[in-house]
Design a protein around this ligand. Sequence first.
Ligand code: ZN
Length: 172
Amino acid sequence: MIFSGKIKRFYFVDRLLYFVIIEKSKYIKRKDEKLKSYRKELWVQTRNRRELINITPQVEESLRESGIKEGIILCNAMHITASVFINDNESGLHNDFEKWLEKLAPEKPYSQYKHNGYEDNADAHLKRTIMGREVVVAVTGGRLDFGPWEQIFYGEFDGKRKKRVLVKIIGD
Ligand code: ZN
């Protein structure tokens, strides 16, 4: 595998040479194939502290923009108090998530958490950990290769401010 990005750091570990490529590689060349790489940040601002948002349409739009037909999509929250996860687009279930997460890591009283010295979002860090950081979806024939009822959600646990979701697509 040959990377076209510049090699910025070398590591020599156990007689093997490792290098880290810091600059973004546009293409990963493998034999005669050229894999495309696409990156986009989605911005989210919720009105409430906690919200679940179906971001499947935005991820599908990113996929169309990328022009990639076969590959992999990575989609992750870029903040440690928000999640990206896949589940059912059903409001009853979303209500169940809210109740379940509040039982596991209640927002209040704020004083119950050591993290809440200067902040009040310890519960949001814990909720994000339970719901996960990212999802990976196969791309087949230019479409998200979902199972039945699968949708991608952004889970906000400490909202009312601008946050980002990263979409990275690799394929051809
Ligand atoms: Zn915090």
